[in-house]
Structures are given as structure tokens and as C-alpha cells.
Design a protein around this ligand. Sequence first.
Ligand code: SF4
Length: 287
Amino acid sequence: MNRKTTLLIFNIQKYSLHDGDGIRTAVFLKGCPLRCAWCCNPESQSGEKELIYRKTRCIGMDACGLCKQAAPTGAIRRGEDGKASLCMEFCKNELRLADVCPARALEIEGREITIDEVLQTVAQDEIFYRGKGGLTLSGGEPLFQKASIALLKEAKEDHINTAIETCGFVSTERLLEAAAYLDEIFFDLKSAEEEKHIRYTGVSNGPIIANLNALKKAYPHKRIRVRTPVIPGFNDTKEALSAIEAVLSEIGIYDWQKLPYHAYGVGKYEMLGRVYPLDQMRAQENF
Ligand code: SF4
């Protein structure tokens, strides 16, 4: 890998104040092995480019209808409101539909960017970092793409401060390799209860806790901050939070931040033709 190696991202956020020390440039990478029911970046989950649909921008099937002509038979129809109604199961990989839409109601989520381009973007704001800020990798799970390690390595070559926000569900080898090029690690631990963790995120917390342990052992002086989003009905009880605290205490990590629940990402599910999973779980589990 070199500086021409590409990553698949869905956003670059400049002047970010909540993703590490100082002012930071946060790069959001696509792809995540988890499916958290409350995920506020559902567009990050797929490791591929995908079609999104903003209905408010659609100028209507009677006035336009170009997407229907270009789509597979039956995949797009006229909705009751006169706007395009997409069957996302069939349309999400039909990226060419974005080219036919004159209103940018249909767009592609995800774009390739080279390591060099990321570093140039980060360097544009060097004056604001003042020795503290820098580059933060987020997502999605940044380590889902192996090229993220090459990016971190090159960032260190350029003396850029680096941070990552990881879900921890990656191979231990990849995590430890990345840690060598990181100044700070934000590591999510969502629940100490395995069964609940599986039900709400799709994966076991076993490898996550094992990785946190391995990270602390391999890098005892590295800045590791564990973060827990506190989700109503999932982990918002004294018992659930105490159980997490006990796991962290056993590992020897005391920098623990609890993040409040928010529903900022709910509207994005509609653009992807999906239902907000936490609402479904709330209905099923009556909370
Ligand atoms: S091409 Fe775009 S604007 Fe035209 S009907 Fe389809 S979604 Fe609406």
C-alpha cells in the first residue's frame, strides 16, 4: 500500500470538537461488522457504495419519472403522493440511477479517496490544530478497511496527531497494528451482557472485551478511553452500567465516558429504505 491506495468513505467532517483532543478532521469510513439497533450512521454499515433516496427532492413521477424508465421492472413505482417509491432491496445496488435523476433525489453514498487526498485535507487545517488536534478515523468501523492502517502510518510520517473511534470487533492483530500509529483510542463497550449484546448489535461482546484486554496489555500507556452509549431499554440500568464498570476495572481501564442517547440518525433510515431498528425492538419488547 502507498499514498495512492484508496479508502471508501462517506464523509469528512472538519473542525470536529468531540472526537479527540483539540480541533480535528474526522474521516468516516464505510463498513461495520455490527448492526447496533440505535446506530446513528446507518449509511456507514455497508462496506459498499449504495443508492440513497431523498424523497423531499423528488420532483414527481408525472413531471419526471426518469428513474422508473431506468430501473429494473417493478423496482420503482409511483407513490400515492405522486413521488417515486423505490423498492430498495432491488435498487440499492443500482448506482446508475443516480445519474438519471435531475433533482439529486437519488445519490450514491460512499466515495473513494486516496490516502494522499485525506492527508492533504487534514493538512489544510493544520493552523487550527495547535499541536493538539489532528486526524480522527471514525465510521462505521474504521479498521474494517485494512487501508486505514496505511493511512494512520502515513499520517504519523507527516507528524499528524491521530485518533480512532472503534467498535472493537476487529481482528486482534489488526487492532494492535493500528494502535502503533495512534495517539488516542476511543473504544466502544456497549454492554457486559453477552446475550443482550448479540440481540442489539448482532455480535458477541466476547471478542470486543478480549481485544480491549489485549490492547491494554500491549500498550499500557496508550490513551484509551472507553465509551458507552446509554440506550433506553438496553443498558440504562444501574446493574447494566455497573457490570461494564466491573469489566473495565478488571482490565485496568478507568477512563470511561457514558454518552447520552440521541435519535439524530433516524431520518437516514428512510433514505436507505430501512426501518429504525430500535423502534422495532421497542415495539417487540414493550419499552
Ligand atoms: S428521477 Fe429523481 S426526480 Fe425524477 S422521479 Fe425519479 S427520483 Fe424523482
